[in-house]
Design a protein around this ligand. Structure first.
Ligand code: AMP
Length: 214
């Protein structure tokens, strides 16, 4: 089963992605994580991507297309995967539609998580991350000890792109560049619309119901 997860920044995509990966045994592929790892390791790709990421803008399509082509060519995707954060533009979706048949793959379902804007801003500005991948929220899901990860003891950080100006930018970018993909995949008849405004568990149940129908 190959899944695409669509949803605005702050829709809980990353959290749901981890739960889906655990329950359905698919590989979780987050292009944001791949880019952040490159930024941490100061690779050429990381240096180029950082300028866009810090401003809440999209990294150019050609870089993302080559990242995804490389990632989907690895043997571990054979048992199914879930793309979290890719595609984000129509050219990225079109490029993937060319790459997939070459690899003998197809996307079976696009999970589209919808959340109202004001809720997204509230969620994103309070988000704190740990480099081990766990995320917290100052109000909704605080760590036991302020500023420290419950799981690994690491120091929590506030992503530059979770600061207010970048958040508004990211939401705008989502509307103009990524939202047209909903139409794109609707035409392909593979969208499952999910209400992302509720509790994490309820949203996961809705997603599970959609996946269990496949
Ligand atoms: P995310 O963790 O998915 O919110 O991604 C963080 C940032 O990485 C985004 O705001 C973009 O700057 C960049 N990024 C991740 N995936 C993509 C993509 N498919 N296309 C362009 N930029 C991306």
């Amino acid at each position: 089963m190959n899944i695409v997860l669509l949803g605005p920044p702050g829709s809980g995509k990353g959290t749901q992605a981890k739960m889906i990966a655990d329950k359905y045994g698919v590989v979780h592929i987050s292009t944001g994580d791949i880019l952040r790892e490159n930024v941490r390791n100061n690779t050429d790709l990381g240096k180029e991507a950082k300028k866009y990421m810090d401003a809440g803008q999209l990294v150019p399509d050609d870089l993302l297309i080559s990242i995804i082509k490389d990632r989907l060519s690895k043997p571990d995707v054979a048992g199914g995967y879930m793309l979290d954060g890719y595609p984000r533009t129509t050219p990225q979706a079109e490029a993937m539609d060319k790459i997939l048949p070459e690899l003998g793959q197809e996307i079976n379902v696009v999970i589209n998580i919808d959340v109202p804007d004001d809720e997204l801003v509230k969620r994103l500005s309070g988000r704190r991350m740990c480099k081990c991948g766990v995320s917290y929220h100052l109000e909704f899901n605080p760590p036991k000890k302020e500023g420290v990860c419950d799981v690994c003891g690491g120091e929590l950080y506030h992503r530059d792109d979770d600061k207010e100006k970048a958040i508004l930018n990211r939401l705008e970018v989502y509307k103009t560049q990524t939202q047209p993909l909903i139409d794109y995949y609707n035409k392909a008849g593979i969208i499952a619309d999910i209400n992302g405004a509720g509790q994490i568990g309820e949203i996961f149940e809705e997603i599970s119901t959609a996946l269990d129908k496949l």
